[in-house]
Design a protein around this ligand. Structure first.
Ligand code: NAP
Ligand code: MG
Length: 499
């Protein structure tokens, strides 16, 4: 019998109000049940939001350095438990151990950075236009934050949002992805042990429409921080935006890795393989389009084919494996349907294009897949596939490369391989993306730098680093007048003209 895991509401582990549960399974071996989880509904979400709203009063007045200390304690536990947590992520989500280690490490570096933020959280002190008057800004929490996360980075994603939100004095309700509730439970066990007070951080597991939607619509939620697909993000923006809640959205990408004719081909191929196929391509920043100058395209494609043939598909717990299974059966079918779409559109299927379930005892494995000679307007070059499918688009020179790279509605990450400094700098300025990498693949962000995308990838926010503090705080502008008399701004200011 699988263990039963509960919601965490108001400092207690509790079942869903109506007693419904769902099972979490290992995508490499769908028969292996990892646990039974609460299938939360509106009543559970309401209880969690109310607990968070009650806890808000005390938590917002807890000194930020103390809030940071609790996050620091949780971070130390993440460090101690990193190997077992990574293993758990691999079993729950299917990515190989090195990728799961990255997932935990991302949470750790976020915790380290944000714990210190408890002693910074800078405001500005600026001169006033009037005499004997001080002007400054201070940061305050937004309030009660609803956090909704995807399954592909099941530890990093909630942590990236939770740690800054908590240090800034917000209380939170987290709805993790239905495919990865166990990693979220592990994170909350750590938060509890680290001393996060009851009600400050709450967890409701379950499904998007049943638990996510009521969270977005709850009147006591002040902000929604969402990472996931564009279709769900749009819906959240419409619903939460109508209620004038803060809404921060991080959505998908169709990221281009551009290889110019003077690139180091070996380096570019290594980057494309890592960017395209790590985590089986299930990364928002995956290098899913290789935009390559026709003059070097044969070499690049040959290198990719050789590299793909060398990728070991298999049990993600095995240290030699490069590519594990996809997250679930639906995603496997979706990825395979895009192979059919690509063939139908006239792109050339070079390797892969096969489901490997039978070879791997029913696990959701898919062969690393490469399309060549695609055109930029094909669906396989426009739509996020979120699997181990990489599409090569051959272009004629620099201008064509940039125009193809920019030719999607997404704008998350872009990479350019070149040895020409002038073209590199032009590309950095001309690529429409929130992240640009020079001579490196499109994946692999760092916590102290902003993360997010332009165009339809986001709605103007950035996560991580100082940007996260911007996101999770309201600014209060403060004037301190010690002149002892009434001073009127813009009227009594002693400007040169007015004397
Ligand atoms: P998703 O289907 O949009 O789900 C994301 C989260 O939203 C899940 O917790 C989901 O619950 C929940 N949800 C679904 N419907 C909802 C609704 N009507 N109201 C409120 N919440 C709802 O995305 P996913 O398949 O988990 O993740 C893959 C996507 O995430 C890709 O598009 C990828 O590019 C994107 N992503 C973006 C970034 C970034 O930072 N830009 C990072 C990682 C991933 P369920 O689990 O029950 O569906
Ligand atoms: Mg699962």
């Amino acid at each position: 019998m699988a263990d039963t895991h509960l919601n965490y509401i108001d400092g207690r582990w509790v079942p869903a109000a109506d007693g419904d549960t769902f099972l979490d399974t290992n995508p490499a071996r769908p028969d292996e049940v990892l646990g039974e989880f609460q299938r939360s509904g509106p009543a559970d979400v309401d209880a969690a939001v109310q607990a968070a709203a009650r806890a808000q009063v005390e938590w917002r007045h807890t000194p930020a350095p103390l809030r940071g200390e609790i996050v620091a304690r949780a971070t130390r536990m993440l460090v101690e438990r990193k190997p077992e947590l990574a293993k758990g992520i691999t079993r729950e989500m299917g990515k190989v151990l090195v990728d799961s280690g990255y997932d935990v490490q991302g949470a750790i570096t976020s915790g380290e950075y944000m714990a210190g933020e408890g002693r910074r959280m800078f405001g500005d002190t600026v001169p006033s236009g009037l005499s004997n008057r001080m002007a400054m800004t201070v940061r305050e929490p937004v309030g009660v934050v609803g956090i909704i996360t995807p399954w592909n980075l099941p530890m990093l994603m909630p942590a990236w949002k939770l740690f800054p939100a908590l240090v800034c004095g917000n209380t939170v309700v987290v709805k993790p992805a239905e495919d990865t509730p166990l990693t979220a439970v592990r994170l909350f066990e750590i938060l509890e042990e680290a001393g996060v007070p009851p009600g400050v951080a709450n967890l409701v597991t379950g499904f998007g429409p049943e638990a996510g939607q009521p969270l977005v619509g709850h009147p006591d939620i002040d902000m929604i921080s969402f990472t996931g697909s564009q279709s769900v993000g749009r819906r959240i923006a419409t619903s939460a935006g109508g209620e004038l809640k803060h809404v921060s959205l991080e959505m998908g990408g169709k990221n281009a890795l551009v290889v110019l004719d003077d690139a180091d081909i070996e380096e570019a191929v290594a980057g494309a393989l890592w960017g395209g196929f790590s985590t089986a391509g299930q990364r928002c920043t995956a290098s899913s389009r290789i935009v390559v100058d026709r003059r070097v395209a044969d070499d690049v494609v040959d290198g990719l084919v050789e590299g793909i043939r060398g990728l070991v598909v298999g049990d993600p717990l095995d240290a030699d494996t490069n590519v594990g299974p996809l997250i679930n059966g639906t995603q496997l079918e979706r990825v395979h349907s895009y192979t059919q779409v690509g063939i139908g559109e006239g792109a050339e299927l070079v390797v892969g294009g096969k489901k490997l379930q039978d070879e791997f005892g029913g696990g959701y494995f898919y062969a690393p897949t490469l399309f060549d000679n695609a055109s930029s307007d094909m669906r396989i070059a426009q739509e996020e596939i979120f699997g181990p499918t990489v599409t090569v688009i051959r272009v004629d020179g620099y201008d064509d490369a940039i125009s193809v790279a920019n030719g999607t509605r997404y704008g998350l990450s872009a990479a350019v391989y070149t040895r020409d400094t002038a073209r590199a700098l032009r590309a950095v300025s001309e690529l429409q993306a929130g992240l640009v990498y020079l001579n490196a693949p499109t994946i692999g962000s760092e916590i102290h730098l902003p993360f997010g995308g332009v165009k339809d990838t986001g709605n103007g926010h950035r996560e991580s680093g100082p940007s996260a503090i911007e996101q999770f705080t309201e600014i209060k502008t403060v004037f301190l007048d010690y002149s002892g008399t009434l001073q009127r701004a813009h009227i009594d200011e002693p400007t040169k003209e007015s004397g």
